[in-house]
Design a binder for this molecule. Structure first.
Ligand code: PMP
Length: 399
């Protein structure tokens, strides 16, 4: 018999499964609010002008395609560090930051997980309840036991900070804590700056290992303000991990552009950490692909293209904000008594709407509007054409 005879069918990815159902739907007014992708007001994934300019220059230069260094090129890694820590960073100046280009934010989390497993094989990993669905699977795949820490409070639609704090205070030293640096996925509920400062102190007190996932830098308030958590940890003197993704901020999803940064205690330590991280990378995929990283480095390294990119990023951020308040207004205009104004306070691409699984099901069946069964919707999939229709559907199912 076949060597695969006993292979069981794996469960479908919940979000990709939603896409398949959406694609098969023949209704012309269907709307997909399930995916985590930014669409413009025409419902298209934008190709940013700054990216286009950098790609054009690369195409004209026709550079050779040799292997990259295992950790990626210096120019790219330095640009990543500057985005996270700012130009005045003492950590960068002291040579304490290790950065390696990675295959998207996902790849950064995975090489970080593999490195951590070698560092402390018996540690447990803690993710927020709820979290991006791949966090658990990624760290389990790296060999860790993964558990939740309290995070979202459905009653206040904010963070259950008291619960989170007391839970973190009870953890063993060496526990790895995955934190969403900004724009929490899926809830849109972030910690305040003061709460971040408390989390930093708890990590110090308890000897926890912070791992910040930065997948949406620039989508809440801007490049610098969205790095507040990273910078509080940087100022603390602690060692920590940061995964970066440029999938959303550069609209380069399929190019798989990300990075892992590790903040160490000294330049000498950074050298040793990098040497081990390179072994992890070498045995996973040897070295990172060229194109996406080169484009990002070119944009960030040129004053003109960087400004262009920041303006385009601000445009995406502002459009999402406009969709948030537009949706709240349109739902109200439908005569819905329930207050949806919390949608305006949530940050990033997503909102936990509070819609039940049954209400989400009705939206799909009766209106062809697809959302995640948890009630998560992607605001960046709304546009001036579909926002009224979506508001009407929400009004119908909550009445
Ligand atoms: N972390 C979070 C919180 C995310 O939402 C995502 C993307 N959905 C990622 C990491 C992974 O990003 P990438 O597509 O660059 O692998």
């Amino acid at each position: 018999s076949s060597i695969f005879a006993a292979v069981e069918m794996a469960p479908r990815d919940p979000i990709l499964g939603l896409n398949e159902a959406f694609n098969a739907d023949t209704r012309s007014n269907k709307v997909n609010l399930g995916v985590g992708v930014y669409y413009d007001d025409n419902g298209k994934i934008p190709l940013l002008a700054a990216v286009k300019a950098a790609e054009k220059a690369r195409l004209e230069a026709m550079p050779p395609r040799g292997y990259q260094p295992i950790e990626g090129p210096v120019a790219y890694n330095q640009a990543v560090q500057l985005l996270l820590l700012g130009a005045d960073s003492e950590l960068i100046a002291a040579g304490r930051v290790v950065t390696a280009q990675a295959v998207g934010g996902t790849g950064a989390l995975r090489i970080g997980g593999d490195f951590l497993k070698r560092l402390n094989p018996s540690a447990k990993v803690y993710i927020s309840d709820p979290s991006w669905e791949n966090h658990r699977a990624l760290f389990e795949a790296a060999g860790f036991q993964v558990e939740n820490y309290p995070y979202y409070d459905a009653a206040t639609r904010g963070v259950n900070f008291a619960g989170m704090k007391s839970f973190l205070l009870g953890l063993d030293a060496g526990s790895v804590i995955i934190l969403h640096a900004c724009c929490h996925n899926p809830t849109g509920a972030d910690l305040s700056d003061a709460q971040w400062a408390e989390v930093v102190e708890i990590c110090r007190e308890r000897g926890l290992v912070p791992f910040l996932d930065m997948a949406y830098q620039g989508f809440a308030e801007g490049i610098a303000p969205d790095a507040v958590a990273v910078n509080l940890f940087a100022a603390s003197g602690l060692q920590f991990f940061v995964s970066s993704s440029f999938s959303k901020s550069f609209s380069l999803y399929g190019e798989r552009v990300g990075a892992l940064s590790i903040i160490t205690a000294s330049k000498e330590e950074a050298g040793r950490v990098l040497s081990q991280l390179k072994r992890v990378i070498r045995t996973n995929y040897s070295n990172p692909p060229i194109h996406g990283g080169a484009v990002v480095a070119a944009v960030l390294g040129s004053g003109e293209l960087r400004q262009m990119w920041e303006d385009e990023l601000a445009g995406m951020r502002d459009r999402i904000r406009a969709m948030r308040s537009g949706l709240v207004d349109a739902i109200k205009a439908q005569g819905v008594a329930q207050d949806f104004s919390f949608v305006i306070q949530q940050r990033g691409m997503f909102s936990y709407t509070g819609l039940s699984a049954a209400q989400v099901e009705r939206m799909k069946d009766e209106f062809g509007i697809y959302a995640v069964s948890t009630g998560r919707i992607c605001l960046a999939a709304l546009n001036s054409n579909n926002i009224g229709y979506v508001a009407e559907a929400i009004a119908q199912v909550v009445k």
